[in-house]
Ligand binder design. Sequence first.
Ligand code: ADP
Ligand code: MG
Length: 477
Amino acid sequence: MGMNFEIGSARISDTMAQSERESGRETLLTNQWASVRAKLQQEVGDVEYRTWLKQVSLAGQDGDELTLMLPTRFLRDWVSKEYGSLITSIWQTENTSIRRVDIRTQPARGTAPNLAEPASNPVAAVRPEARADVIAPLDQRFTFDTFVVGKPNEFAYACARRVAEAPATQGFNPLFLYGGVGLGKTHLMHAIAWELSNNPRHGKPVSVAYMSAEKFMYRFINALRNQSTLEFKNELRSVDVLMIDDLQFLIGKDNTQEEFFHTFNALVDAGKQIVISADKSPSDLSGLEDRLRTRLGCGMVADLHATTFELRISILEAKALRAGVDVPAKVMEFLAHKITSNVRELEGALNRLVAHANLFDRQITLETAHEVLHDVLKAFDRRVTIQEIQKKVAEHWNIKISEMSSARRSRNVARPRQVAMYLAKQLTSKSLPDIGRHFGDRDHTTVMHAVARVTALMGTDAAFAEDVELLRRMLES
Ligand code: ADP
Ligand code: MG
């Protein structure tokens, strides 16, 4: 059935269903897990905890064996090797019945039959024999062709295109792409790599090394252990284009940062292109050495903004077309309204609808969408509450939270109140009347007006738009 994108949201529902089924024993285990985590964090420190251990989740206990999960094989191997015995011993102090701690990777996400891991291929064009280890596999779906361009990402897209056409052009080196989760950073990086590997320059193939900062760190630490750092350095310095994804994970690792910095300088000096992605701009990345920060910011810095309704609709249309499925416009609007956090979640929801329709041989309608995505939408509601939105917005503009429900209409409280209503509409799946009730029992038309007003203002006042986006990001993270 020609459908090959990934389900991102099935997991949410699984976890929810699970938690609803939680028995007393499981609650006990969950509490113990919380305490184990706290101890781990204390033991290894904040940075290491955040880098490696935060993503570990508890799967369950079976007799004297406890199972923990990690999302990738790489993480699993690393965590087992580096922290396995520490985790086990902390667990044993917490729960004496545990003898063994098993660390596994999450089973394939989702339950529908067509949800295999995304197809991926190494960049075969690029002297693979030399560098199979440096080059992470690229995802075949992540090309410029499949990237949908709209206001929030057009600048980043243009920069990526430019780099793919003419690597190491003055002013575009390094290219630093940043933005929240699931907004297309990795997609754009892979697209550049594909493009370059398909179009040899001056008759020579272009060699591209793409890897996550996590992998970079892992490789570097391994090289240190095996006393093969020189080879590692040479390997890296022999590429034409070096891409490091999710640089935020390099933070706080002093000697890897140092090594990265030197590699970086050597490559730029030799006229090679560097492409970096991170979740924040160079100036906002904390834990980064100043000279590295300066170097990172001295090329082109491009931001992938949160998606707009229009972009979400375009993306859904493109994905449905590619998958060869008929999704009614009403359903796409529904999805684009409800799932605003990022493109990955949006794709996940669409996938789920399509899988469901195929499985039960049913048409996709607004009703089936409500039904199939019920739990996903509920999970979104759980993430951000209207109260949290009101609190953050009030803090941001320095007004009392009670002003959110007060009758006062002076500009300095009315505007933040409107922004809070706007964000409530965007980030929760509450109805307009429901939102109105949270704001001093206001009418749903007031909420509608607020949403329209904020949308319009964001179009004309860039500083205001930035404030609102900032708030949205804070609330979503
Ligand atoms: P990030 O690296 O920023 O977290 P990804 O690049 O992994 O995000 O994107 C998440 C998913 O959303 C991918 O499947 C990607 O193809 C898709 N995606 C993101 N932005 C777009 C876009 N503009 N057009 C098409 N697909 C997109
Ligand atoms: Mg990414």
